[in-house]
Design a protein around this ligand. Structure first.
Ligand SMILES: Nc1ncnc2c1ncn2[C@@H]1O[C@H](COP(=O)(O)OP(=O)(O)O)[C@@H](O)[C@H]1O
Ligand SMILES: C=C(OP(=O)(O)O)C(=O)O
Ligand SMILES: [K+]
Ligand SMILES: [Mg+2]
Length: 596
């Protein structure tokens, strides 16, 4: 599992001032030759991030990274936002994300992106104009990791995103990710990282220190000194840096660095004995800590769209959180995602996924808990299971890790992203790349470009033909909806229609259609803002907010008129329509319609 020091030497044409403070970088005019040794989740000085000008950002956003798709212009997005068709009361009759709308118009229905993109927001991306650049670049969901940042910072980020949505017509959903009870190191008096050298002696202490002396780190778990034994190995971030315990003295644990590297603030710690992960009393710590509950209350009050629970071990904790949310946010508007990142979560995988609203393959911690070579097959297994159980799934961590520092991805990273898209994951997530990297917009652009390329390859090679659709649950109602959606998708593929329309109140039929991964995009019309926001995370769905009635014929006519008025569809386009809004005694049907 040991990961050797990563060394890349690369010639990159980077605008001056973008990463001038990186160690080991020689400047030769506009072309800089970087030779940087880098380990861990990010060795970047945060002060370098502040000097990036708006112009530089724009260049990064608009330069085609892998040269495939046509960029959506800012003008197109602005004109869409301005062209909202309004009802008499001034409420838009139909709302759709401005960037998606521009993409549909400029690139055509077929080539619109199906895989959804999530960006972790951090110091590199928290300013309103940086958030807007990500929204323009196709961010569907913004993630805030409660391990980092202050309450004020989180509030500010959430408000900025909400403002962008309401003022500029974006539809970025917000995911809050809990800290959980993991054991981690403390901060280093504000330093972005600290180097641990081979053979150095370090003190891991449970003392509460205001400022930490050199070669000292504060461990957040009080039982640490009792649980750990002399001879144990301490792994930072799953093995990026290693220490061996040599002596225990009261609240201090003396260790020798055996595998040097950079220590990042709050990096995850695991301890190992005779090659096995030690799980002592720390295994009894609650999945949702008291701090997490306070954060969750904050998330509910701020109306986040998703809460991701770290280190889920059992289905019970997910059920508990869901009923907690139901009692406090009565419309049940927050989706609960289980992060699969421990060996316990793998033991109870199916139960956990069944009760969650979705899952995240959190490969960062997962790779520290199970042998690394098992991570790819476990990922495929989780993606398949989620699809079978009709739950959206996110593939996360280290997708483009080298882009924290470099403006281009490695071939291996592009292959990894492509593989997640080929597996038909609903969403891909950036962590350090967007939170604290030097090239957040470029990283997002790489995800977008690689997704589009692999999606079109899948369609050209008729991948859906080999995608076996597993049977769903035994509930009669579910079986009818499932069969309607599967049949609607098959019909859409055979007829080569332009889009599938689904009218849905809770999003249920929309997710069943997404599950069948059809060749054309799925326009999901829903009457509530919160459902529309949540559908943002599911494969192939383009969520619209639309007021509708129980009468399908009038809904269809109204939708056709609105879409034509906005230039999103034209006479002669062919669509397949289904709905879950009619009352139960009405016959559910599939309609094939040509736009009048
Ligand atoms: N809100 C934040 N404030 C400061 N730094 C952050 C924030 N969010 C993320 N980061 C930085 O980005 C890195 C990668 O983010 P993430 O993967 O979400 O966290 P972690 O490394 O703790 O698992 C973090 O290690 C941290 O350095
Ligand atoms: C996404 C993950 O969780 P976090 O970044 O919160 O550690 C992970 O471990 O991969
Ligand atoms: K977290
Ligand atoms: Mg994790």
């Amino acid at each position: 599992m040991a990961q050797g020091a990563m060394m890349r030497v690369q010639q990159a044409c980077v605008p001056a001032g973008v990463h001038g403070e990186l160690a080991g970088m020689a400047s030769t005019g506009a072309t800089r030759v970087a030779s940087v040794s880098f380990r861990g989740k990010g060795a970047v000085s945060l002060s370098t991030l502040k000097c990036r000008s708006a112009r530089v950002r724009r260049v990064a956003a608009t330069s085609a990274v892998l040269g495939l798709e046509k960029e959506v212009s800012e003008e197109a997005v602005a004109s869409n936002a301005a062209a909202k068709v309004e009802d008499v009361q001034g409420v838009p009759a139909m709302e759709v994300d401005a960037v998606t709308e521009a993409e549909l118009k400029e690139n055509g229905f077929r080539s619109t992106r199906r895989t959804k993109l999530i960006c972790t927001i951090g110091p590199a991306t928290c300013a309103p104009e940086q958030l807007e650049a990500l929204a323009m670049g196709g961010m569907n969901v913004a993630r805030i990791n409660m391990c980092h940042g202050t309450r004020e910072w989180h509030t500010q980020v959430i408000r900025s995103i909400r403002n962008l949505n309401s003022e500029k017509g974006y539809s970025v959903a917000i995911m809050m990710d809990t800290e959980g009870s993991e054991i981690h190191m403390g901060d280093f008096n504000g330093a972005p990282s600290v180097k641990a050298e081979d053979g150095e002696e370090w003190n891991f202490t449970v003392r509460k220190l205001e400022t930490v002396p050199e070669r000292t780190t504060v461990v957040n778990y009080d039982g640490f000194t009792e649980d750990v034994r002399v001879g144990d190995e301490l792994l930072v971030d799953g093995g990026m840096v290693r220490f061996e315990v040599i002596e225990k003295i009261g609240p201090d644990v003396k260790c020798i660095c055996t595998d040097p590297g950079l220590l990042l603030p709050r990096a995850n710690l695991t301890f190992w004995r005779e090659g096995r992960l030690v799980r002592e009393r720390n295994a009894m710590l609650p999945t949702i800590s008291s701090k997490d509950w306070i954060d969750i209350d904050f998330g509910i009050a701020e109306g986040v769209d998703f809460i991701a629970i770290s280190f889920v071990r059992t289905a019970e904790v997910v059920k508990h959180l869901k009923s907690y949310i139901r009692a406090r946010a009565p419309n049940g508007s927050i989706g609960v995602f289980a992060k699969i990142e421990s060996s316990d979560s793998l033991k109870n995988l199916e139960e956990i996924i069944r009760v969650s609203d979705g899952a995240m393959v959190a490969r960062g911690d997962l790779g520290a808990q199970i042998p690394l070579e098992q991570v790819p097959s476990v990922q495929q297994g989780i993606v398949n299971l989620c699809r079978e159980l009709n739950k959206p799934v996110i593939v996360a961590s280290q997708l483009l890790e080298s882009m924290i520092e470099y403006p281009t991805p490695t071939r291996a990273e592009v292959a990894d992203v492509s593989e997640a898209v080929r597996q038909r994951a609903d969403a891909l997530m950036l962590s350090g790349e967007s939170a604290m990297g030097l090239f957040p917009e470029k990283a997002l652009s790489v995800l977008r470009t690689v997704s589009l390329r692999m999606e079109s390859w899948c369609r050209e090679n008729k991948q859906h033909a080999s995608d076996r659709l597993p049977e769903l649950s035994s509930v009669l109602q579910d079986r009818i909806s499932e069969n309607i959606c599967n049949a609607a998708s098959q019909m859409a593929n055979k007829l080569g229609v332009d889009a599938i329309f689904v009218y849905t109140r809770r999003g249920y039929m929309a997710s069943l259609l997404s599950r069948s991964r059809p060749d054309c995009p799925i326009f999901a019309f829903t009457d509530t803002k919160s459902v529309r926001q949540r559908l943002n995370l599911q494969w192939g769905l383009i969520p619209f907010r639309l007021d509708f009635s129980g009468d399908m014929e009038s809904n269809l006519r109204r939708t056709f008129a609105l879409l034509k008025a906005r230039g999103m569809m034209k006479s002669g386009d062919l669509i397949v329509a289904v709905s879950d809004i009619s009352s139960a005694d009405l016959l559910q049907s599939i309609q094939v319609r040509r736009i009048p």
